[in-house]
Unconditional design. Structure first.
Length: 110
């Protein structure tokens, strides 16, 4: 189903927007869950979420809470559409991830 995620039509190279392919996203999410148990029931932060490929995938796999962060409002608009299309619960925040507070969200493990 990740192949149905809308991606960038025109990535902004100055923001280093390199789309994550559905295959790569599926492999990363599979490894995170099967090898480390880091998705299902866990809090997941997708830093530089772009169009939400990994955030949506984590939500589909049963993450307890997912939040995607990106500096680009255009990318987040696409991500919102993907979240709605997949009917998953993902919070999206427009910010520069270098300026996030250094606090652990409830349920997060380091």
């Amino acid at each position: 189903a990740l192949q149905d995620i809308e991606i960038f039509e025109t990535p902004k190279v100055h923001l280093e927007q390199y789309p994550t392919t559905p295959h790569l996203a599926a492999c990363c999410l599979y490894e995170a869950q099967s090898r480390y148990g880091d998705i299902e029931g866990r809090a997941v932060a997708d830093l530089g979420c772009g169009t939400g490929m990994l955030a949506v995938g984590a939500a589909v796999l049963g993450a307890g809470y997912v939040c995607g962060y990106d500096v680009d409002s255009d990318a987040l608009e696409i991500a919102r559409g993907n979240v709605e299309e997949f009917e998953v619960d993902v919070d999206l925040v427009q910010c520069d991830v270098f300026h996030l507070p250094a606090q652990r969200p409830p349920g997060a493990q380091l």
